[in-house]
Design a binder for this molecule. Structure first.
Ligand SMILES: [Zn+2]
Length: 397
């Protein structure tokens, strides 16, 4: 149940576009600050064109029904040649730039611009604060930027209670029973320190954990082509999880809360700007923390091994199948690999693997450093342990 943040206009990290954006944001430093810096090294203060050509006020509103509406009204001494809004989740580097339709020029220079975006199209879930600014270019070439504003992109279709447990903000329906809320919060309190202890790391930023009553409610936060079987989506890079825990299905508490929180903590421990841990580790460890929902895994894995359909460790490294039964088997296989690793090397192997995967090594190099074997050897040893390649079939996990 991993969902990584989707691409945006400037997603291609490391390219010239990103560098120019960094510069663009630096230019938003207020003009007096720039002037002070220039004077301190004995250079004449630069002419202050910023924000002097245009006088305008920006605002933004967000709702799940209507997306995010940005508006800008003011006056300009020259017609506007181009206009755009740039926005990004606070704390994130990926910037989304969207051009706006140009306003009709008024004789007195007044103008009004508006733009509506749907963050879902950019793979941005509710639970984020978006930083935004307007950027204009006038006919005479003058560039102007509005001051930076912030707008909360939240799920306003329902009333929520927010319960804070350390870094986690649990969002539970305000109408939900107190018994349900207590069970959910108790599970967060129990499992978060356990996950942080085993992984040897803490989630640094806030984690917003939305608890929905029904899959249809969660579906409203997603784009239309989302897999229908999704019970939870985690965005560790954005600090957001969306999970479906129906009021009558308390068994889902022990399945989804440990699983999704493990994704967040592992993300902080095992992800670098250039690499992410293999899925068998990420999903396997998330499954290993579950207290429910794994009962059928040993039989699934044993049956697949007997039929020769058990996916290998290499196949489980980077992507999961879409079909429900195959995806189930993939989760079960990852859980089984992780169980084998922990039974063989102990829990101490977890922080070693996390640190090794975060060190921008290949998967094989990372595993050699952390476990002393490469991926292929892990696959062979895991299958021997399962009894798949030996006479014994009772060496079940
Ligand atoms: Zn998952």
């Amino acid at each position: 149940m991993t969902r990584r943040s989707a691409g945006g206009t400037y997603r291609s990290a490391g390219g010239p576009a990103l560098i120019s954006l960094v510069l663009a944001w630096l230019l938003l430093i207020p003009a007096p600050a720039l002037a002070t810096a220039a004077q301190s090294v004995g250079t004449p203060a630069p002419p202050r064109f910023e924000n002097s050509a245009v006088s305008a006020t920006a605002s933004a509103m967000a709702s799940m029904a209507g997306g995010v509406s940005f508006s800008l009204t003011g006056t300009t001494p020259f017609p506007i040649r181009s206009a755009s809004v740039r926005y990004h989740p606070v704390g994130q580097e990926t910037v989304y730039a969207v051009p706006a339709a140009l306003p009709v020029s008024a004789p007195d220079g007044s103008f009004s611009l508006s733009l509506v975006v749907d963050p879902r199209q950019d793979g941005l879930p509710p639970g984020l604060t978006l930083s935004h600014a307007w950027h204009l270019t006038l006919e005479d070439g003058t560039k102007w930027s509005s001051s930076v504003g912030r707008v909360d992109w939240i799920d306003d279709r329902f009333a929520w209670d927010v319960v804070r447990v350390n870094t986690v903000e649990v969002m539970i329906g305000a109408e939900d029973s107190s018994d349900r809320r207590d069970r959910i919060v108790a599970e967060v309190r129990r499992v978060l320190p356990e996950i942080e202890r085993v992984i040897g790391s803490s989630a640094t930023g806030p984690i917003r954990f939305w608890v929905y009553d029904a899959a249809a409610d969660l579906a409203g936060t997603q784009t239309a082509n989302t897999e229908p079987w999704i019970a939870a989506s985690s965005y560790p890079g954005l600090g957001v999880t969306l999970a479906v825990i129906p009021p009558e299905a308390t068994i889902e508490i022990g399945r989804l809360i440990p699983h999704e929180l493990a994704h967040h903590v592992l993300h902080h421990a095992a992800t670098s700007p250039f690499s992410a841990p293999p899925l068998w580790f990420d999903e396997g460890l998330a499954g290993w923390f579950q207290t429910t929902g794994t009962d059928q895994f040993p039989a699934l894995v044993r049956a697949a091994a007997a039929e020769g359909t058990l996916p290998g460790v290499a196949a489980l490294a980077s992507s999961f199948p879409f079909a429900v039964s195959e995806a189930n088997l993939a989760y079960a296989a990852c859980w089984s690999v992780m169980t084998y690793v922990i039974e063989t090397w102990g829990e101490a192997a977890i922080p070693r693997l996390a640190a090794s995967f975060a060190a921008d090594r290949t998967d094989d190099q990372a595993m050699l450093v952390a476990l002393g074997i490469d991926q292929r050897t892990l696959d062979i040893q895991w299958r021997v342990w399962l009894g798949a390649s030996g006479e014994s079939s009772d060496a079940s996990p």
